[in-house]
Every structure is written in C-alpha cells, then in structure tokens.
Design a protein around this ligand. Structure first.
Ligand code: F58
Length: 831
C-alpha cells in the first residue's frame, strides 16, 4: 500500500484554515472557499455562492473527522452495521452539521462579522435531498444520526435518485406535482467515487457447468449496469465519529452496446445507455408498493447488489476468506425493499466466491435482520414469479432452493399440515405465482422486528403468525425514535436554550431522559410563562413565514391544531375536516357561542395516483376557502394547508404546534414518528390507541393525552360483527348534516358531485371507520378546547409532554438494535 509523508504542521506558524474551529479560522476558510471553490468575490456572489462557501467550510471539518473515523474503525476491527434502505429523507445538512460539530454559535458570530445574513444562508438557501416518501425514509436518516452519535461503525447504503420526492404546489386547492431537481445547483455534501463501481446484471439465462468436479451455475445476463458510489459523511453529535452514507447511481458501462454501434444502430446504442441510467432516475412517490413495476424491482436489486459487493470488497481488504463475514457485518433490511439481498448474498457466495450451499446459508442467515413497517395487506410486497424469471433468473432459482429446504423443515415440524406449508411458502401459489418478499426477508434473517409495541404484537398475531409460531425467538419489538438534534436543537433553538437552562447542562441532547428534570418546573408559574413565550414565538415565526410564502394569514394567539403527514385514508385527515365543519356549523347556528379560537394547519403529500387522497386535499382547501372568508366566523376558525410538507417545512411546523393530530384508525399506523416530534416540542396529542401513540400516552400519563376512538381490538370486533357506516349517520343527526352539507355544494361553488366519491365512500364503505369514531373525536376535541382555556394547566401538560419523551429518542432505539440485534459496540474516534 502506498503511504504519503504528511508534512508536520507547525500550529504556531501555519493556521489550519481547512480544519480550525476558531471563529477567525472559520472566517478565513469561508472567504477562501468563496474565492477558490466558487470563484466569486463578495460583491457579485449569489445566495447560492454564499451557501456553497459555507457548506464547503463545514464539509472540510467533517472530512477530517471522517478520515479519522475510517482509520479508527479499521484498526478496531469492530462489527460494522450496514443499514440497507431504498430511502433516506435527510433534510437540510448545513444547520444540522453545524450543531453536530458544536460550532453553531461561533459560525453565527463569524457570519455576522463577515456581514452575512446567517439565517438566510443556513436556513433558507439549502435545497433538501428528498430521497424518501415519509416516515420510513426519515427513520433511516434519524438512525444514521444516532449511529454516529453513539459511535457505532456504520454504513448507510441506498439509492442516489436524480429526482427525489416531487415538490407539491397547491393550485385552486388541488395538489400539483413538480419534479424535484435537487441536484441542479450541485451537491456540496457528497463525494463522487468514480473508481468505486460495481457491475450489476439483469436478464438473460443461467447454465449449469462443472468446475473442478463441482456443479456450478453461470449466469449469462443480457444487460450489465454499473453502480457508482457517492459518499456523504454523517457526523455524530458532540463526538468526532463520522459515518458513511453511500448512495449508488446507475451508469451504462463505458463500452455501452458496441454491437449496435458497429451495426450503425446509433439510437439503439444510446437507448441502452438511457435504460441503464433510468434505474436511479426517480424515486417512486407512492406510499404503497408499486405492483408489477419492473423498474422498481430493478432499483431494489441494483442498490442491494452494489452494497453487498462493496461489503465483500471491504471484508476481503482485511480477511482472506468470507467465512466470518457475518461476524464483521450486520445488515439491517429497512422493510422488504432490500429483501432481495438474501438471494443476492447467496448468489455472490455460491457463484462468485465458490462456496457451498450450507456455509453460504449460515453466513447469509446470520448477516441479515429485517424491520417490518406496515400491516396494511395491500402494502405487503410481492413480485410475480414471471417478472423475477425475466429480470433475475438466477435469483429465482436460489429462492426456489431456499424455499424447498425451508418447507422441508416445516413439513417435518408440522406433519401433514399442508395448509400451513402453503401459508409459509416464499411463493404465493394462489392465482398468478408471486414471490412474498416479507417471507424471503424473514427466512433469510436472524431477527425480525416491528416498530412499536402494538405493531409488533399485531405482526406476531396476524401477518407473521405462522412464522412467529415457528421461530418465536426471532421476533423483537424496537419502538421507533427520532433524533432530538434535528427535531429540537436545530428546529427549535429557543426551546433548546430553555431546556438547557432548566436542566443545568446540554446533557439532555445526548441523553433525552435528562429532560425529566423539567418536571420539577411544570407547575412553576414563571417557567410556564417562559415556556408559553417560546411556543408563541415559534407560532409567530410560522405565521410570518406563511405570510411571506403563501396567502394564508394566521393568528399566533389561537390554538394551532396541526396534522402533518402523508395524506392517506387510514390516517384520516378527513376526520379532522369533519370536525372543522362541525365547529363551522355550530358557530353559524349560534354566532355568540363561546368557541376556542383555532387554526387548523395541514401538511402532506398525496401519492400522485391516489385520487381519494388528492380529493381530501381539495376538500381541506375548499373548506378553508369558505371558513376563512366567512365574515360571521371572523377569524375564530382558520384553515391553512401548508404546501410541500418536507423535512425543512416540518422543522418550522413542529415547534409551532399546540395540538398534534394522531388520529389513524387503531391498528393501521405501525408507529408514527411525527407524533414524537410534536410531543418533544411541547404539543399535546389528540390520538387513538395506535402505533407509538400507545407508548407516548404511557410515558406522558393519561391525564396529559387526549384519547378517543375505538381500540385495535374494538375495531376488529366491530368489523367482525358487521360494520354499517350508514347506521352512524342514522343515529347522529349532526354527522348526517355535515356529510349532506359537503354534498350540497357549499364548499364546491354549487358542484354537488365533486366530493361525492368521498362522502359516498364514507356512507357505504368507510374502510377506516371515520364515522364510527366521529362522535368520540368530536367530544374529545371539546375537551381540548376546554383545556386550552386554562393556560396554566395547558402549559403544565405541555411541559410534562416534552419532559417525558426520553424514550422516543432514536439514540434509545439504535442502542436497542445494537444490544439486542446487531451486537455492535462503539469505537471512540479522536481527531
Ligand atoms: C412508515 N412507513 C409507517 N413507508 O407508516 C409509520 O407508521 C412508521 O412510523 C414509519 O414507517 C417508520 O417506521 C412508511 O413510511 C413508506 O414510505 C414506504 C415507501 C416505499 C413504498 C412503500 C411505503
């Protein structure tokens, strides 16, 4: 190996402008970067130049830590956690990295002295990488933050989509999608690794052959695509560890389709290149799997294959064989999207590295662990056998072999129980044959986990029941968590300062349990006032920003009632709307009624092809248009739809919420993570007993949580006894009148048909029991309105909510994964 003699630096004479953390060092570096990386002097620098210079200044300091981490990890020979996820919803980097480096204040002073508009550069300028749809992708980003903070050697593997989740505009109340060209201005946080590339094969056929007397299989693909690595450093908070997020971009091999060139088929040759590069073009924007979309399966296999080849390369750097690969790596499958990894690792070990089946299977089964994020039957991923055969013929053979061996075991264990064999099989044989990806992931993993206690229990008793009976010891619950760095320190600096003051130190940022110290102040009138002032300031910030960027005008003195998440029937944004209409009708009937003034704020994207979800967005805006402009309402009720809910906008929203809407039908939301972000920022929750709400309520205490609705058990019982939503209307005059009011055209300029698909669906099917929970929700909201009037009591509840959120730090979740699943330990890094 080549070594370089790094010349010694004399700190007295040579200032290390690329790595110094002093204010003067930061200023010097910033100006250097503006000059020599952007090629600009201040008078002509654009906002983008100013941002880029700041980003490079921070990046240099991260790279120093990254290099130290890589060498410390190599020396420690510790187990590396590989997180395999098709999505990472990272959010803006700059502010987060300044916090994690511990130089936010110094950078602000440096910026001020240079005469820069710091907030404009740090908060406004950055285009966020939206490489995910929602909770699952954001969870991966939180876990990367916590892994680095806990000093665990880790690599996040994923896809470098050229277009992330679409930008949402609202036009005439409807969602309009605009493509997200996030790389247009360049990405200062990533390092392309053009030499780090792997070939990924598709299609063709397989052939059996003899190799030194052993039977081997050779795959003759008809397409090879290259995966090129792009690396982004992920820095821990308050430590010098920096981990690696390695995303793969698809490229055509350099000699793309020579044959076509030679035969003069220029367009044919270029088509091959276009097809190859299409693989990482765009993120599928659906929050349910895309049945039968070949490109989606290509994406999954592409990034998994690159990642496993990379892991093998790393392993062979310091080991002669792959025999103890599984001791050096633990690979977490973030849902079933990377589940093809089970077959791919087998293929690599068998076909590329000449191993026999048994040892290869031992390694594979001890490498992977699998997280399930959903119980919705329509979201359980399967791929048709025919598609598999066409795209990944060798993998299909391997899957069949895994299945045969597995089902033999099952048959011996459950003599004669062929129905069970059929239920457990990796292949669904009812109708067109399909590969069940959750079964592949489960059979190929040493651990399976759900993401909240209720979710795990339901997983074990419903979709994974047979597997749980077979291997009960493999099933775990690891309740989700979120990073308090981004979701308190970065997004709510005033609250963070108050927390630090009350706790006497910043320890809570690394150990969120310390916030329990706030409990002592929950009843303190003076502290309550300061707490409320922090909340009101955040509400004012949000109101000002909405005034600047939309035509919404909202009053920070009103109760901010917020629902921000993907738009989905099971999340029941329409239940929230029914409440708004309830209050509107009551106020119209009784203009003098004493109603708590509220601002209803919504945010969230609908999958572009999900018509009912888009109609819900239209309904929210339509109701808003009527309510906001009705002089009789006079501002007592307001409705605002915040367009383009993403991480950056979320950071404006969480600090400003008084009430957090977590109102999914019980049993449907696996965990939820927005519920945690709101509560950490002092919002009270109105929610059902669903997902992590159950545990949030346990932690904050039932007196500090607004509970309503059917439980998961009650939902099941109600369904079993025959649910007729129309009965709910028949027995509830107000409910009937509300649905009729929507149908009357009041919210649609007289169009009586526009919202029929929604109202008729509620009356006739109501798959998520909106009507069944309506009355309970309305009554609970009355209790909320009432509670708001005793502000001292409200503030007390708000303080207790934030104080008791220790459990929901992603540091706790990741530590549990390390201890119970990955068996990974920390490695201290010092620059
Ligand atoms: C979410 N799933 C769950 N999927 O809905 C939520 O309850 C949970 O808190 C979160 O995961 C983290 O565990 C989710 O976000 C997706 O976005 C998938 C994207 C790819 C297609 C299938 C859905």
């Amino acid at each position: 190996m080549k070594t370089i003699n790094i010349p010694p630096t004399n700190p007295a004479s040579v200032e290390r402008t690329r790595t110094s953390l002093s204010k003067e060092g930061l200023k010097r570096a910033y100006v250097d970067n503006l000059f020599y990386l952007q090629g600009r002097f201040p008078e002509v620098a654009t906002p983008l130049d100013l941002y880029m210079a700041a980003a490079y200044t921070v990046r240099d300091r991260m790279l120093e830590r990254w290099i130290c981490s890589a060498s410390a990890y190599r020396e420690a020979r510790a187990r590396t956690v590989c997180y395999l996820s098709a999505e990472y919803l990272l959010g803006p980097h700059l502010a987060n990295n300044l916090i994690n480096l511990g130089i936010m204040e110094k950078a602000r002073e440096a910026g001020d002295e240079l005469g820069l508009d710091f907030d404009e550069i740090v908060v406004e300028s950055e285009e966020e990488p939206g490489l995910g749809n929602g909770g699952l992708g954001r969870l991966a980003a939180c876990y990367m933050d916590s892994l680095a903070t806990l000093q665990i050697p880790a690599i996040g593997y994923g896809i470098r989509y050229e277009f992330g989740i679409f930008d949402q505009l609202i036009q005439d109340g409807w969602q309009v999608e605009v493509s997200d060209v996030w790389l247009r201005d360049g990405n200062p946080w990533e390092l392309p690794r053009p030499k780090l590339r792997f070939g990924v094969c598709f299609g063709g056929h397989t052939e059996q052959c003899q190799d030194n007397g052993r039977m081997r299989v050779r795959w003759h693909p008809d397409l090879v695509v290259n995966g090129v690595a792009y690396d982004t450093p992920i820095l821990g908070y308050g430590v010098d560890n920096a981990n690696l997020l390695r995303l793969w971009k698809a490229e055509a091999p350099r000699s793309f389709d020579f044959q076509s060139f030679n035969t003069g088929d220029y367009y044919g040759a270029v088509q091959t290149k276009v097809d190859a590069e299409n693989i990482t073009k765009v993120l599928y924007p659906n929050d349910e799997p895309q049945a039968g979309k070949e490109l989606r399966l290509k994406q999954q296999y592409f990034f998994v294959s690159c990642s496993l080849q990379d892991m093998i390369r790393l392993h062979l750097h310091s080991n002669d064989t792959l025999d103890d690969f599984h001791h050096k790596f633990a690979a977490q499958l973030n849902d079933t999207h990377p589940a093809i990894a089970v077959a791919e690792l087998m293929r690599l070990l068998l076909d590329e590295h000449g191993m026999d089946w048994e040892p290869a299977w031992t390694i594979t089964r001890n490498t992977f662990a699998f997280t399930n994020h959903t119980l919705l039957p329509e979201a359980l991923e399967t791929w048709s056998v025919a598609l598999f055969e066409r795209l990944l013929p060798r993998h299909l053979e391997i899957i069949y072999e895994i299945n045969n061996r597995f089902l033999d075991e099952v048959r011996i264990r459950y003599l004669g129980d062929e129905a069970r064999v059929a239920r457990l099989s990796l292949i669904d044989e009812r109708g067109e044959k399909r590969v069940r990806m959750a079964h592949l992931a489960t059979v190929g993993s040493f651990a399976v986990n759900g993401v909240a206690e209720l979710h795990t229990e339901l997983l074990k008793s419903t979709v994974m029941k047979d597997f749980c009976e077979l291997w009960p010891e493999r099933f775990h619950n690891i309740t989700n968590g979120v990073t308090p760095r981004r979701f308190i320190v970065v997004s709510n600096p005033r609250l963070a300062a108050l927390m630090t003051e009350a706790c006497g130190s910043e320890k809570w940022i690394r150990n969120l349990g310390c916030l329990r110290m706030l409990e002592a102040y929950a009843g303190d009138e003076n502290f309550q006032q300061r707490w409320q002032a922090v909340k009101t300031a955040a509400k004012r910030d949000l109101a000002d920003w909405l005034t600047r960027t939309t035509d919404a005008r909202i009053d920070p003195e009103t109760l901010f009632d917020v629902q921000a998440k993907r738009i989905h029937e099971y999340k029941r944004q329409h239940l929230n709307v029914l409440h708004i209409i309830t209050l509107y009708r009551r106020l119209k009937a009784n203009p003098n009624m004493d109603l708590t003034p509220r601002t209803f704020i919504f945010g969230g994207k609908a999958a572009p092809g999900y018509h009912l979800a888009k109609l819900i967005i239209k309904l929210i805006n339509a109701v808003g248009a009527v309510v906001n402009h009705d002089p009789q309402i006079n501002g007592t009720l307001r409705v605002a739809f915040l367009p383009n809910f993403n991480v950056k906008n979320g950071q404006r929203l969480y600090p400003a919420a008084d009430l957090s809407e977590q109102i999914s039908m019980a049993g449907k939301e696996a965990s939820g993570t927005g519920n945690m972000k709101f509560s950490m920022n002092g919002a009270l929750t109105i929610g059902t007993l669903d997902g992590a709400n159950v545990e949030i309520r346990e932690e904050v205490g039932e007196d500090n949580f607004f509970l309503f609705g059917l439980s998961a058990d009650e939902v099941q019982r109600r369904l079993a006894s025959g649910y007729h939503p129309r009965d709910c209307c028949d027995s509830d005059e107000e409910l009937r009148a509300i649905l009729d009011l929507i149908d009357s055209g009041l919210f649609s300029h007289g169009d009586t048909r526009l919202f029929r698909p929604l109202t008729e669906n509620l009356r006739n099917h109501d798959p998520f029991m909106v009507l069944a929970d309506f009355r309970s929700y309305i009554e609970c909201q009355e209790a909320v309105g009432h509670a708001w009037r005793d502000r001292a009591h409200w503030n007390r509840m708000s303080i207790l909510n934030a104080a008791r959120m220790g459990k929901f730090s992603s540091d706790r979740s990741v530590q549990e994964y390390c201890d119970r699943i990955w068996k990974a330990r920390s490695v201290d890094v010092k620059v």
